[in-house]
Design a binder for this molecule. Structure first.
Ligand code: GTP
Ligand code: SPV
Ligand code: MN
Length: 585
């Protein structure tokens, strides 16, 4: 299958380690999909859904202890501990290979190993990266088939002497005490043992395209970021591209395919990517962004024909539904789908469920896997190997208090500081407490494959190389009133903040200069057709002096862990913010 001798040799070695009964080389064909689906259906690994309602769709339940990324079991195994940095778990590579190698030893006896070559990026592009994932899970094969360009296309694309990412995965025993997600950036290798959950096992996604790729990008002068990419067509037909970094389950998929409100006629949205951006400097000195993925692995709960119709339409065929509610007629349902729940059904755990049972029918991190090509508003540029030119970069998260709806940073260095001091309430996308505010620089805390202080410096160093940098903004759709309700309607209406951002990029919108950056005047936002009280708007745009003073202290605590490695620029930015707040009070 591979011309690449190293690939053939490595597969042989891993076969002798894992000792599968059979080895299947995946070609990515439709025939293969049908054969594997039938096989997985015969063992109960997947269930075929109602093929009239959801053609080509299957259903899957993960183990109950395996429903989200497990950050405490995720390691960066660089040779030196300091190269993993203070925000990553580190394991010595020798220890990691030996400890988890013992687990892999013989783990596929009685099972089949699937060899899954895949491309992240557009096949044939000089910017694409190739990986080979070895896995004992058909669910992984079926997902990788949607999320990446997989099979023959990847095997053919892999050059004879080309580097590729060695990705080894086994479900193991699905025992949380024997679960490890290991990254060896210096060896271009990923080992994942004991899980069957998306982000832990679809190794092209977070593991390769963020953790390993961020390390490659630092060395090669480009950036791998946890960002959506979207084109916004304004009524005059001009398309402006932006990228936005929000932490997991904070609205990337939604913003990437937003439907403009009726009161904003003439605007159109073009989806390029919903989760990951690989960003390079183009010959014109601008930043150009590529979506390395081929599908969406989206949060199901809260997705409805009202909130995100384009996601609903994307996932109507050839998709995989994981940990949602299963209805008696072979259809799916989840909380926030905006259709009445079935009278009775089977919940994500496999137990009988009724709306009266008081339990959630689908897990809060239930997901759909859907081909990006099926998105009704997919951009004609989405597979362009050069990517799309960015006019703005957005940072944002869930902040019930503090962060205004939108503000613009003063310049690249200040914008990098704004990104580095981002914080957000934790969500169900990772195991652990939900709703706790934590610092999540650039939404990359769980995904940076090397020392985060070095990552900060990489961002700062980019400034000199980018002749025409995008402007950097911060947004917050999640600010709450004292009664806990959202102050901002969100979803399609987020276009109003985006529209202000685009007009700022063109020098056409008003703003107030505040200590934290440029905040819109009430009049500068397009609020046509939106019912929002003056009081709510005031709260959304407010910069609270005392709250920001406290925020400075909390930033300091986070920065302290980097010691002398923290870029001096950030100390300057902190001081400048303190000074500006002093004058503002
Ligand atoms: P990952 O796939 O985990 O990286 O998540 P994501 O950033 O793509 O988040 P997604 O768009 O899937 O949204 C996560 C949850 O937030 C869903 O339940 C959405 O319905 C909800 N959500 C998205 N946008 C908004 C918004 O503007 N306002 C409110 N209130 N909720 C939103
Ligand atoms: C996220 O958690 O940011 C996701 C889903 O996009 S996962 O693939 O699990 O990482
Ligand atoms: Mn994500």
């Amino acid at each position: 299958m591979f011309r690449n001798k190293e690939a053939v040799k490595w597969v042989e070695e891993m076969v002798s380690l894992c000792k599968p009964d059979h080895v299947v080389w995946c070609d990515g064909s439709e025939e293969e999909r049908q054969r594997l689906t039938a096989e997985a259906a015969s063992t109960g690994e997947v269930l075929e859904l109602n093929q009239d309602a959801l053609p080509g769709c299957v259903y899957h339940r993960t183990a109950q202890n395996d429903v989200a990324r497990t950050e405490h079991l995720t390691f960066i195994c660089s040779r030196k501990e300091e190269d993993a940095g203070p925000t990553n778990n580190w394991m010595d590579p020798k220890e990691a290979y030996s400890k988890v190698g013992e687990m892999f030893d013989g783990c596929m006896k009685g099972r089949t190993m699937y060899v899954i070559p895949f491309v992240m990026g557009t096949p044939g592009s000089p910017f694409r990266k190739i990986g080979i994932e070895l896995s004992d899970s058909i669910y992984v094969v079926l997902n990788m088939r949607i999320m990446t360009r997989m099979g023959k296309v990847a095997a053919d694309d892999l050059g004879e002497n080309e580097e590729f990412t060695k990705c080894l995965h086994s479900k193991g025993e699905l025992d949380i005490d024997r679960r490890y997600i290991l990254h060896f950036p210096e060896d271009n290798t990923i080992w994942s043992y004991g899980s069957g959950y998306g982000g832990n096992v679809l190794l092209g996604k977070k593991c390769l395209s963020l953790r390993i790729a961020s390390y490659m990008g630092m060395q090669e002068g480009w950036m791998a970021e946890h960002m959506l990419i979207v084109g916004i067509e304004s009524p005059d037909g001009e398309i402006t591209y932006i990228a936005a970094a929000f932490p997991s389950a904070c609205g990337k998929t939604n913003l990437a395919m937003l439907i403009p409100p009726e009161s904003m006629p003439g605007y159109r949205i073009w989806t390029v990517g919903d989760d990951i951006a690989w960003i390079r400097i183009g010959p014109d000195g601008r930043l150009w962004a590529v979506n390395p993925e081929a599908g969406f692995f989206g949060v199901a709960p809260g997705t409805s024909m009202k909130t995100n119709p384009n996601a609903m339409l994307t996932a109507r065929k050839n998709s995989i539904f994981t940990n949602v509610l299963l209805t008696p007629d072979g259809n799916v349902w989840w909380e926030g789908m905006d259709v009445p729940p079935p009278v009775e059904a089977v919940d994500w755990k496999g137990d009988p469920w009724t709306p009266q049972s008081g339990e959630k029918g689908s897990h809060p991190n239930a997901r759909f896997t859907a081909p990006a090509s099926q998105c009704p508003v997919i951009s004609p540029e989405w597979e362009n190997p050069q990517g799309v030119p960015l006019s703005a970069i957005l940072f944002g998260g869930r902040r019930a208090k503090l962060a205004p709806l939108v503000y613009e940073s003063f310049n690249w260095q200040h914008g990098t500081f704004v990104g580095a001091t981002m914080a957000s309430e934790t969500t169900a996308a990772a195991t652990g407490a939900v709703g706790v505010v934590r610092r999540d620089p650039m939404a990359m805390l769980p995904f940076c494959g090397y020392d985060m202080s070095r990552y900060f410096r990489h961002w700062l160093e980019m400034e000199e190389k980018i002749a025409n940098p995008p402007k950097i903004f911060n947004v917050n759709w999640f600010k709450r009133d004292d009664d806990g309700s959202f102050l901002w309607p969100g979803y399609g209406d987020n276009l109003r903040a985006i529209d202000w951002i685009i007009r700022r990029c063109k020098g056409e919108a008003d703003a107030v200069e505040t200590p934290i950056g440029y905040v819109p005047t009430k009049e500068s936002l397009n609020l046509n057709g939106l019912e929002i009280s003056d009081r709510a708007l005031g709260k959304l745009l407010e910069v609270d002096h005392d709250a920001w003073m406290l925020e400075l202290e909390s930033m300091q605590k986070f920065f302290d862990q980097f010691g002398y490695n923290l870029p001096e620029e950030f100390i300057d930015e902190q001081q400048a913010l303190r000074t500006r707040l002093g004058h503002w009070g």
